[in-house]
Design a protein around this ligand. Structure first.
Ligand SMILES: Cc1ncc(COP(=O)(O)OP(=O)(O)O)c(N)n1
Ligand SMILES: Cc1ncsc1CCOP(=O)(O)O
Ligand SMILES: [Mg+2]
Length: 208
């Protein structure tokens, strides 16, 4: 299969949120890369939120990735889809490619990184970098050293770091040269999510 469509070289701040309400708030703040991550709902429950989020993404000309629900992402013509390694076993990559959607892939170690690279996705995510309360992870945090090592293999493809990235930790993650920081709790659990978003945008930029 040929490479998936390109995204920008640097995706910048990449909030991962669970509702179109969050998507709209963050778009209004100037965020340009986002993910709608709804977990474990039947398609008919998830579809209205997915359709609404995609419409918002288009209205703001933003890069909105849909997590997991690749068929609905195709149906509503999302900018892109994000898939994990388990999703790769069941998703129809050829259909996603044929529909012209960008593809982001999760990786947690060298083998997953190389499997992802062979698929020629639009970006590769590396995680989890630090301990996280947001998702149960079967593997250990990779840390800054592993992230730095992975990046030496990924100079030709956009990269995203995810997992436990707080405002305090963002500078050391960005210092590795990774093109984007994906965050959940640093924004959604912040006492002041507007201030947190502003600070994270100032640190990482909105992307290219
Ligand atoms: C940017 C980004 N990176 C990693 C993930 C995790 O995806 P996955 O491993 O499929 O786990 P779920 O998010 O589906 O629980 C992500 N969503 N986004
Ligand atoms: C979805 C996901 N995939 C790897 S870590 C993670 C959760 C990241 O959340 P937080 O930024 O709150 O640690
Ligand atoms: Mg997934």
């Amino acid at each position: 299969m040929p490479a998936f469509p390109a995204t920008v070289p640097r995706l910048g701040l990449y909030p991962v949120v669970d509702s179109p309400e969050w998507i709209e708030r963050l778009l209004e703040m100037g965020v340009r890369t986002l993910q709608l991550r709804i977990k474990d709902q039947p398609d008919e429950v998830a579809e209205p939120a997915i359709a609404q989020a995609i419409a918002l993404g288009k209205r703001y000309d933003a890069r909105l990735f849909i997590n997991d629900y690749w068929q609905l992402a195709i149906k509503h013509q999302a900018y892109g889809v994000h898939l994990g390694q388990e999703d790769l076993d069941v998703a129809d990559l050829a259909r996603i490619h044929q529909a012209g959607l960008r593809l982001g892939l999760s990786t947690h170690d060298d083998a997953e990184r190389d499997r992802a690279l062979a698929i020629q996705p639009s970006y590769i995510a590396l995680g989890h970098i630090f301990p996280t309360q947001t998702k149960e992870m079967p593997s250990a945090p990779q840390g800054i050293e592993q992230l730095t090592r992975h990046l030496t293999h990924l100079s030709h493809i956009p990269t995203v770091a995810i997992g436990g990235i707080s405002i305090a930790r963002a500078p050391e993650v960005l210092a590795t040269g990774v093109g984007s920081i994906a965050v959940v709790s640093a924004i959604t659990q912040a006492d002041d999510w507007r201030a947190a978003t502003r600070t994270l945008l100032a640190l990482s930029g909105p992307g290219d």
